[in-house]
Design a binder for this molecule. Structure first.
Ligand code: ADP
Length: 577
């Protein structure tokens, strides 16, 4: 950028130089003219004086007149005193007398310009270089009828004076030049400072220093301009702040949406996206500005986006990406200027899973409820056939009742599970785990005795009360101990022991039963899932016990750990206090 100050100083310097040079030329010309005219006057008077002097002898003016030593000496004195050269020329141009040179050595002067001119007008002036005296001379020649008297003075005085004046003018001009440049520099600095300040402020502002402002501006036009720039900056800052807030709010909203969302500009480059979109495409660094097809690695999705770009039509479809199911909406903007495309994906994996679980549950439940009904119906039909056989009838009625009880147990467990599913927080009372476990063992006593299972308790670590829920705790321990009996061997044993670990109590229910194969352990908590269906029915299990345990533990914030081998299983309840 060419600086205004430099321009100003260059222009000013040129101006001052031009003024000084023209002043010098003017002064020199004027001086030369003035001196020359003064000398002319002097030489004219001199010529007239010489003429009246030689006329005073009343002799003819010819060469013999000047042979007189007296006259020659007198003229020489006059010439010396008045510091001029006196030449007397006859009408025919022959030099009669010269105060500087020997007249005999001098050539005819008829064609000297001043003589020629004097012949015409009586008086003439000429400035020429005198070869005889080797200097510039001012000649004044006057014609007096019979002769010319020419007086001359060297112009060396004029030249000396002019060079003197030039030197003085140049010196004072230089002083004026330097002083005026300094003053100009100061003035220019004072004048351009506000401009420099304003430019540096604008640079700072555009480089992001929004709080910068022009300080200390003056009460003049530039100051007014600076105040206006400040006001402009204020309003830009306010607008940017507002926009930033709006942008942040929008960003927060977009970020808070858990489903993938992205906006592609008309070139197909990503202009906005949220974290869920990054996760969906598996990007680990910023992807704004990248093209959608270089980021999305799903050909179906890419081709649908491409179709939406070319057709400007909305596309809705379902797609599975990386094990998740998405409901995808590709929406082209309808605005004239805006040719962006909005991609909104709704993660419906959980919904789908729930749907599937629901339909599985309905299937399982219908099957579980239908089986006892079919069995009861079978017994009733058989009873109809054997109405006379009272013993058989009683036996069939017993079996029918057992099946109805089983159905009743399934319905009760389903209702319990349903209730547990809708309970969020239930740690609302102080419970004693030791007494709850003892109670459960007592309730199962008949079953334990039937199977001749020995039960040992080591529950010192869970003495005292903790915050929990007695109903949920009972459900957990009852079902686990019930299973430990049901899937135990005849005459086996159950050991229930508690251990205190930092912030939790670990209660292990270990049995000597048939165990659970490693591959099945993950599934035993599902509803109606049984490892061995016939055995579970035999034991009268509903297939819902562990599902109830899982839900109850979840509500209490407890954990269940399972370890199993063919010689028995250990279910550990981790009670987090
Ligand atoms: P069930 O009413 O059939 O016992 P559960 O949900 O309580 O239903 O248990 C699911 C399945 O897990 C059982 O059918 C059984 O196969 C297995 N199981 C549960 N506890 C044990 C255990 N202690 N030993 C061996 N198998 C078990």
């Amino acid at each position: 950028m060419k600086k205004f100050k430099t321009k100003l100083i260059v222009i000013y310097s040129l101006l001052v130089t031009a003024i000084i040079v023209s002043l010098l030329i003017m002064v020199n010309n004027y001086t030369k003219r003035a001196i020359v005219s003064f000398l002319e006057q002097e030489l004219k008077i001199g010529a007239e004086y010489v003429n009246s002097y030689i006329k005073s002898f009343h002799r003819p003016i010819n060469s013999s007149l000047f042979k007189s030593e007296e006259i020659a000496d007198a003229l020489k004195r006059i010439a010396q005193k008045s510091q001029m050269r006196i030449t007397i020329v006859a009408e025919d141009g022959i030099v009669l007398y010269d105060s500087e040179l020997n007249r005999e050595t001098m050539e005819n002067h008829s064609y000297r310009p001043e003589i020629m001119e004097a012949k015409k007008s009586g008086l003439a002036t000429s400035i020429r270089f005198s070869n005889t005296l080797q200097t510039e001379m001012l000649y004044v020649a006057a014609f007096f009828g019979t002769h010319y008297i020419r007086t001359a003075k060297p112009l060396i005085v004029v030249h000396q004076l002019i060079s003197e004046i030039t030197r003085n003018v140049v010196i004072s001009g230089l002083v004026v030049f330097v002083v005026s440049i300094i003053i100009n520099l100061l003035l220019a600095s004072a004048f351009t400072r506000p401009i420099d300040e304003s430019v540096s402020f604008i640079n700072k502002f555009f480089n992001g220093d929004m709080n910068a402002r022009i300080l200390n501006y003056k009460d003049d036009e530039l100051g007014y301009l600076q105040a206006s720039i400040n006001r402009l900056a204020d309003s830009i800052q306010k607008k940017i702040n507002d926009l930033t807030i709006e942008k942040d709010v929008l960003k927060m909203i977009i970020e808070s949406i858990r489903d993938p969302l992205a906006l592609f500009d008309r070139f197909g480059n990503i202009s906005v996206h949220n974290g869920a979109f990054m996760q969906m495409v598996g990007a680990d660094r910023e992807i704004v500005g990248k093209s959608y097809f270089s980021v999305i690695r799903n050909s179906e999705l890419n081709s649908k986006i491409h179709y939406a770009f070319t057709s400007r039509k909305e596309v809705i479809f379902e797609e599975a990406i990386k094990g998740k199911n998405y409901y995808v909406l590709i929406l082209p903007f309808r605005g004239k200027q805006d040719e962006s495309i909005l991609l909104v994906m709704q993660d419906v994996t959980e919904q789908k899973r729930m749907q599937q679980l629901k339909s599985e549950l309905v299937g399982n439940l219908s099957h579980e409820l239908k089986t006892p009904i079919s069995i009861v119906r079978g017994y009733l039909e058989t009873i109809r056939e054997v109405l006379n056989d009272r013993g058989a009838i009683e036996q069939f009625i017993e079996k029918a009742i057992a099946n109805l009880e089983r159905q009743n147990a399934i319905i009760n467990d389903m209702l319990k599970l349903n209730k547990l599913e809708t309970t969020v927080h239930a740690k609302d009372e102080y419970i004693n785990i030791r007494s709850i476990i003892q109670q459960c063992v007592e309730l199962l006593n008949l079953k334990i005795q039937k199977k001749s299972v020995s039960v040992s308790l080591d529950l010192d670590a869970c003495d005292g009360v903790i915050l929990g829920n007695s109903f949920l705790a009972e459900e957990i321990f009852f079902n686990l101990i019930d299973n430990a009996v049901s899937y135990n061997i005849q005459g086996g044993s159950i050991n229930i022991s508690a251990r205190r670990m930092s912030n939790a109590i670990h209660i292990a229910i270990a049995d000597t039963g048939i165990g659970i194969p490693e591959s099945e352990i993950d599934r035993i908590f599902e509803r109606f899932y049984r490892v061995d269906k016939s055995r579970s029915r035999e034991t009268g299990g509903t297939g819902l016990g562990l599902a109830i345990v899982k839900h109850a533990a979840l509500i209490l914030g407890w954990e269940i750990d399972v370890k199993s081998s063919p010689s028995g299983s250990v279910f550990t309840v981790i009670v987090n206090e």
